[in-house]
Design a protein around this ligand. Structure first.
Ligand code: NAD
Ligand code: NW8
Length: 511
């Protein structure tokens, strides 16, 4: 992991040698209000809500609680800011890119503070916040900053009497609703491509983790974005979130979170103004491990895939299918590998595993672990909570998992690795695909032929071959089936944030 000086790919060069960056002391958190029109506002209802540190279960601070009325105000600001003739709409596209680069510079300047806030609010190990979340956030801003002057339409030929072209215009006011597992990174995945294409935004961070988004609000103002271009409404799902999904003046909504809420979002969009919807939902992501693979590498990658961010990833490697002939050895090595995980204070640089986000998630995971034990899976490692009144759960490994068990079917969103065995390649692919989800999958083999034929048959938006959780800004990310609609990152995400206008020009005379 990041703390031993290597990246997810084992590449050392990007990460500075010791001393590690140290978390800053966050005496008083400065930004806890609603951010509309580059101003900090109290909530219309007068209510606030607490945000907790999941590592200690101690309140960090209170945050203003946005609701429908605040969303309405934010949408008014966003609409005005994006209108034809507004400074944002008239701005030359290179200047738009410069603003995004300026924001990236400010995020870089405040990198240690943002990583500290992210760790306090989520419980993820500080060095992961610093090296993965902050790195991904900065890269996302810079990547899309480079696209602002490269948004191009096309021309089409009909005959000599016509000139036809397309223009890629902003969609308008974009709503975004994001989860608590990667609060800062998801904020950037939403705002960066939207701003690149000239849209304005109303974004709601998850109620568990509002702090980094609000700090970035202050950086957006400092960078010089015109008022109203980005508006941030901390608050709850059924109130502020639902107001975004059903708003008549929001033209598009992007959501990351649970499948159930994804369905509500699409329903609300349909029943209001048919706003465009992109969804990034859950997964029950399969790995297929063949006997001819590099065994130790497969053990390490699949396990990191299962336990990364305490298993709280839509990409969590939650079903590992291992070829029968190497099954016992794979399980043995997985247990050995899990012993290296260091649970503890997320601010400690030695820590590689933190707490779950909240009591609700903790209870759901513990219930699923119990179901695994009761349904006859073999508990190989972990399987218990740590201490009393804490949200830490031991990294847990089950072997002899069968397809019908709840732990093989339901998204767990916790540190639970399920290892299944297979004999035939055809059957393994069939079982991997027999889920409503289709986010990511992975294949481990040294045979190029196997890798390519199996990955062609897997119904997922991403297939990793001999690696896992390998995300890059230039590579599209998103799901098939009930894992979602649309793609984030890369050039593909731009299509979700532009409206194509076709112009057909009849020439009065052909010469
Ligand atoms: P959730 O889907 O309820 O929350 C995600 C976001 O949606 C939050 O900002 C929340 O406030 C908002 N939201 C909730 N209800 C809403 C509504 N009715 N209308 C509009 N917005 C609404 O997820 P959760 O309850 O925090 O977690 C439940 C499960 O969801 C997890 O156990 C996990 O399986 C899954 N999950 C997936 C992801 C992911 O990255 N795909 C992230 C978080 C949770
Ligand atoms: C955007 C993201 C990344 C990046 C690196 C390493 C491990 C896990 C993740 C990850 C730009 C550049 C790099 C990860 C992030 C989000 C999700 C799941 C895994 N992202 N990373 Cl939802």
């Amino acid at each position: 992991m990041a703390h031993n000086g290597t990246t997810q790919n084992g590449v050392a060069e990007e990460i500075p040698a010791l001393p590690f960056p140290e978390p800053v002391k966050v005496q008083d958190i400065r930004h806890t209000k609603i951010f509309i029109n580059n101003e900090w506002l109290t909530s219309s209802s007068g209510r606030t809500f607490p945000t907790f540190n999941p590592a200690t279960c101690v309140k960090i601070c209170d945050v203003e609680e946005g609701d429908k009325e605040d969303v309405d105000n934010a949408v008014k600001a966003a609409k005005a800011a994006g209108q034809r003739g507004s400074p944002w709409r008239k701005m030359d596209v290179s200047s738009r890119g410069k603003l995004l680069h300026m924001l990236a510079d400010l995020v870089e300047r405040d990198r240690v503070l943002l990583a500290t806030l992210e760790t306090l609010d989520t419980g993820k190990p500080f060095l992961q916040s610093f090296f993965i979340d902050l790195d991904g956030s900065i890269k996302t801003l810079r990547y899309y900053a480079g696209w602002t002057d490269k948004i191009q339409g096309k021309t089409m030929h009909v005959d000599e009497s016509f000139m036809c072209l397309t223009k890629h215009e902003p969609v308008g006011v974009c709503g975004a609703i994001i989860p608590w597992n990667f609060p800062l990174l998801m904020f950037m995945w939403k705002i960066a491509p939207a701003l690149t294409c000239g849209n304005t935004i109303v974004i709601k961070p998850a109620e568990q983790t509002p702090l980094t988004a609000l700090h970035v609000g202050s950086l957006i103002k400092e960078a010089g974005f015109p008022p109203g271009v980005v508006n941030i409404i901390p608050g709850f799902g059924p109130t502020a979130g639902a107001a975004i999904a059903s708003h008549m003046d929001i033209d598009k909504v992007a959501f990351t979170g649970s499948t159930e809420v994804g369905q509500l979002i699409k329903e609300a969009a349909a029943k209001s103004n048919l706003k465009r919807v992109t969804l990034e939902l859950g997964g029950k992501n399969p790995c297929i491990v063949f006997a001819d693979c590099d065994l130790q590498m497969a053990v390490e990658e699949t396990q990191r895939g299962a336990f990364y961010n305490q298993g709280q990833c839509c990409t969590a490697a939650s079903r590992v299918f291992v070829e029968e002939t190497i099954y016992d050895e794979f399980v043995r090595r997985s247990v050995e590998n899990a012993k290296k995980i260091v649970m503890g204070d997320p601010l400690d640089p030695q820590t590689t595993h933190g707490p779950q986000i909240d009591q609700q998630q903790f209870d759901k995971i513990m219930d699923l672990i119990e179901s695994g034990k009761n349904e006859g899976a073999r508990l190989e490692y972990g399987g218990a909570a740590v201490g009393e009144k804490s949200l830490f759960i031991q990294p847990t490994i089950f072997s002899e998992v069968k397809d019908h068990m709840r732990i093989a079917k339901e998204e767990i969103f916790g540190p639970v690795q399920c290892i299944l065995s297979f004999k035939s390649q055809r059957k393994a692919v069939e079982r991997a695909n027999s889920t409503q989800y289709g986010l990511v999958s992975a294949v481990f083999t040294t045979s190029m032929d196997k890798a390519l034929s199996v990955s062609a048959a897997l119904d997922t938006g991403t297939v990793w071959i001999n690696c896992y959780n390998n995300l890059h800004v230039q590579i599209p990310f998103g799901g098939c089936k009930m894992s979602g609609n649309g793609r984030e990152l890369g050039e593909y995400a731009l299509a979700e944030y532009t409206e194509v206008k076709a112009m057909i020009i009849k020439l009065s005379e052909t010469l």
